[in-house]
Design a protein around this ligand. Sequence first.
Ligand code: GAP
Length: 505
Amino acid sequence: MASNEDLFKKIISHAKEYGFVFPSSEIYDGLSAVYDYGPFGVELKNNIREYWWRTMTQYHENIVGLDASIFMHPAVWKASGHVDAFSDPMIDNKDSKKRYRADVLIEDHIQKIEDKIIKEVEKARTRFGGSFDEKMYRETNPRVKEHQEKIDAIKHRFYPALERNDLEDVRNLIGELGIVCPVSGTKNWTEVRQFNLMFSTQMGSVNEDASSIYLRPETAQGIFVNFLNVQKSARMKIPFGIAQTGKAFRNEIVARQFLFRMREFEQMEMQYFVKPGEELKWYEFWKTERMKWHLSLGIPASKYRFHDHDKLAHYANAAADIEFEFPIGFKELEGIHSRTDFDLSAHQAHSGRKLQYFDTETSESYVPYVVETSIGLDRTFLAVLSHAYREEKLQDGSERIVLGIPAKLAPIKLAVLPLVKKDGLPEKAREIMDVVKYGFRCFYEEKDTIGRRYRRMDAIGTPYCITIDHQTLQDNTVTIRDRDTMLQDRISIPEIPSLVREKIG
Ligand code: GAP
């Protein structure tokens, strides 16, 4: 059994070998934390985006779409707080020369203590069986209490220090907790410094007129500044949502976990505008709704968990992450945030334009509150890919690598394979291909033995292969092979589209 780190490496190299993800500008040795999607990767990514778009907009009558520009007026980022506060506290280890987010080092330390508590609780659960009362155990067991007190003490000091931007105290805390660099194993740390994550560039010619603008670090602000345009043009009534997908850019400090933390990535965000006072109800609604969406992908519930934020950003009154168990551990996949009226009010104040909703039923005007759902497309891609990757030993002793991608997301739905490259079989297969390719993404291949072609299709996650053999020419039937069971059935050619569509539905 490969370790998680080995598994992660295997997934990365599989993604490259089979045309899912390539390092950017690879012939120049790549560009750190930037990736390109290959022929099968782009299909998978499009399918995930399309599924999100359809479920968020088409299935919710009160959510409409938007496609705002990446470049925005620089004042947007001043108003949103990104110019002043979109930064991470960073610290370097002088021996390994590696750079870390200081807050992540401390969060990881807390997580390790948390894991000890979980271990104790699970041991006790096994010991006491059905009569186990977890709440009581956590409150009374001396070891668990001791761990919990440690966590509380760290949080009590750490969060206010971050809030005050007291970087010296954050640095001292790292020292006092004895946190070592995972690479060098030493405590030889630099000071902690704030590092703004926005990329900037020049707009206009390179003279006095040129002004500095930013590449957006989130898509959400494009939604906020268009709030009234959308509400009025689409005649939306509160509560309603605006959905958007698109690129975002962050000059991440720690960017070395493949698609997990990239410098150019894609977000799928939805801002839900609600009446002030109703935001927490909608926040709960969207937490449930988004978790249902993840489960509808066909990945087991045990791979997901909620992480409610203890420390809230100054504009939020509730926030949670949906975490996924990547090979690198449980990590954030999506954020659900109750952002109050912070953004709209800030844009109202900075632009001098009213951003209020007029409620025709009560004849009152107000700045709506916002509940946001924000998910990374690349992280979802990584979640699907890493869950799908399987190495299997088959009954005949051979091995195969298969991507068990949920059929509805699979890059290729159906492979059309003539058994041999003669006897009129390719011509018959082409005839079939020319019909089925208009219904869903198909792939035609005649090179190599049929066994090898099946393996290649397994490795890119194609759920079904049909094989055209000599019997096909006599009775118009083909074999259809299931990727997961590898079982084959014989079906008639006209049945193919509806059968595949039913399976990928
Ligand atoms: N508008 C809210 C917002 O941007 P966020 O938690 O910073 O919130 C939302 O980002 C999601 O975007 C994350 O849950 C993650 O899936 C994705 N994301 C953020 N930074 C990323 C990065 N550097 N690389 C890949 N995905 C990222």
